[in-house]
Design a protein around this ligand. Structure first.
Ligand code: PEP
Ligand code: MG
Length: 532
């Protein structure tokens, strides 16, 4: 049989070859009771059991994975989700049909949303729907994914993904899906290649036996010809050897081929990510995204909660510098009760420092916790989305006021250096106007604002390119200003982990990168190959 080549979009890089597995959700028939009261009780029990199942699963994972499952627990706990189903049961519809119809309507709403962030959450709703249906139907839904398999399906739920072991290979080939879905984030963190948007998966006659997934190119080949397979295996072997060599050197300092020492810092989105990591792989932490504190807490996190987390991160760093960013909510990171709903363009709205200054009650608590933590390590504080010097000045005044109040109460604290993210073109073009203690380039936002190509819209992904000369020029300009002012300039956006850009980024004069822990080894290896 001739090989079948499919093209989609990359959602997680890497190469994988393995047995082809079509993932289907187990379905079983259920005997209806015909009594609305019993059907209501059955649905309630199924929701409760599904919630307990998810809670058990949360206890077995950490970091993003736990956040995603907790998000599902929260959705299941929202009475509004099942309201339509209970109404339908009262009107005589059996529990499983009622639940499916209610969730399908919700899934359709999310799927039709303009915002890719919302569309990407449909997989979570499908997951929730099927988990409760499985409880109602009394079937074990966890369709087993064999280790090392190339899993083909329309989309996959986070819990189905997490139920599989990806440590020994395997990959995902999805007919639909999204690079910004929760599953895509999980796949990148676990190193499982993933291609999305392949369109209807079809083959003639017999189901393919094997498949190759090229997560770098965004392609999938079903039943590869022997020659295709041989060539692919050679590429896999070369990539594995390069990875192993890079891992072995990951605790060594990053030095270019012509001898320039480059600092490699870590980006941290949740403190659990640091568990089990050797601090020697990095020169410090360049970005702590504190949104996790606000997303996970019901209500806003209090000063002591924040202080404890910041101290834990400083303790882990063992004397290395740690840059903690103040809350960067808004844009694609809504926080109920805090961010502004229904802005026509949230990326250009009240996000980052704009929101913090609009909510000094919330901002002051974070600044106090940071000033207290600063007494226990090398802490720097960074402001997101700064566009004009007045924002930095206003934040500095608030920080000074809180430090004054802490000192007056005899509470130990210190004044951390206050720097800004350079992620709005206006800040890059006038960096010299800001009395910042350091600059950190947020290439994700700097690229989307410079190129007018949203970071979460796949259709403009080609334009959303940090390697574009316009973006590189803004980075180079910021580096130059930092040098003239004698302050550090780092880059903490995702472009730092894209080794195809390492040469171009180093050519801007950057000497400090901050990347996710999984990217450290490969980045150091890429830096080692660069000559001026
Ligand atoms: C960035 O914009 O590059 C950045 C690091 O911030 P975030 O991705 O959290 O917006
Ligand atoms: Mg940003």
């Amino acid at each position: 049989m001739a090989e079948i080549r499919l093209t989609g979009r990359t959602a997680s890089p890497g190469l994988a070859l393995g047995p082809f597995t079509v993932l289907a959700t187990a379905v079983a028939a259920r005997t209806e009771t015909g009594d609305p009261a019993q059907e209501t009780a059955a649905l309630l029990a199924a929701i409760e059991a599904a919630t307990a199942e998810l809670a058990d699963l949360v206890a077995t994972v950490e970091g993003d994975a736990a956040d995603i499952l907790e998000f599902q627990v929260a959705m299941l706990g929202d009475d509004a989700l099942a309201e339509g189903a209970f109404d339908a049961i009262t009107a005589g519809i059996p529990a499983d049909h009622a639940w499916r119809a209610a969730l399908d309507a919700e899934i359709a709403d999310y799927g039709a949303a303009d915002d890719e962030h919302f569309r990407a959450r449909t997989a979570d709703l499908v997951d929730i729907r099927d988990r409760v249906l499985a409880q109602l139907n009394g079937v074990d839904r966890a369709a087993a994914i064999p280790a090392g398999a190339i899993v083909a399906c329309d989309d996959i739920s986070p819990s189905a993904f997490l139920a599989a072991d990806w440590s020994g290979g395997g990959a995902l080939a999805l007919a639909s899906g999204s690079p910004s879905s929760h599953v895509a984030m999980l796949a990148r963190a676990r190193g499982a290649p993933m291609v999305v948007g392949l369109g209807p998966l079809s083959w003639e006659g017999r189901i393919p036996a094997t498949a190759l997934v090229d997560g770098d190119a965004g392609t999938v080949i079903l039943d590869p010809e022997p020659e295709t397979r041989r060539h692919f295996e050679q590429r896999m072997a070369a990539a594995a050897a390069a990875r192993a060599a890079a891992e072995a050197d990951s605790t060594k300092p990053a030095i270019t081929a012509d001898g320039r020492r480059i600092a490699v810092l870590l980006n941290v989105a949740a403190p659990e990510e640091l568990a089990g990591l050797d601090p020697a792989i990095c020169d410090g932490i360049g970005l702590v995204r504190t949104e996790f504190l606000f997303e996970a807490s019901r209500g806003l996190p209090d000063e002591d909660t924040q202080y404890a987390v910041y101290r834990r991160i400083l303790d882990w760093a063992a004397g290395r510098p740690v840059t903690i960013r103040t809350l960067d909510a808004g844009g694609d990171k809504p926080i109920p009760g805090l961010t502004v709903d229904r802005e026509s363009n949230p990326f250009l709205g009240v996000r980052g420092i704009r929101l913090s200054l609009a909510r000094p009650d919330v901002f002051r608590v974070q600044l106090r916790a940071l000033a207290r933590a600063a007494a226990h390590g090398v802490l720097k504080v960074m402001l997101p989305m700064v566009a004009v010097p007045a924002e930095l000045a206003a934040a500095a005044a608030l920080l000074d006021a809180e430090i004054g109040a802490l000192e007056a109460s005899g509470i130990a604290c210190a004044r951390p250096p206050l720097g800004i993210m350079v992620e709005v073109p206006a800040a890059a073009l006038r960096a010299e106007d800001f009395a910042a203690a350091f600059y950190s380039i947020g290439s994700n936002d700097l690229t989307q604002y410079t190129m007018a190509a949203a970071r979460d819209i796949g259709a403009v992904a080609d334009l959303n390119d940090t390697g574009n000369p316009a973006v590189l020029a803004l980075i180079a300009r910021t580096v130059e200003v930092g040098r003239a002012r004698g302050v550090e300039v780092s880059l903490c956006g995702d472009a730092g982990a894209d080794t195809r850009l390492t040469t171009a980024l180093l050519a801007t004069g950057l000497t400090t990168f901050s990347v996710a822990p999984v990217a450290v080894a490969q980045l150091k290896a890429a830096i080692a190959t660069v000559n001026r």
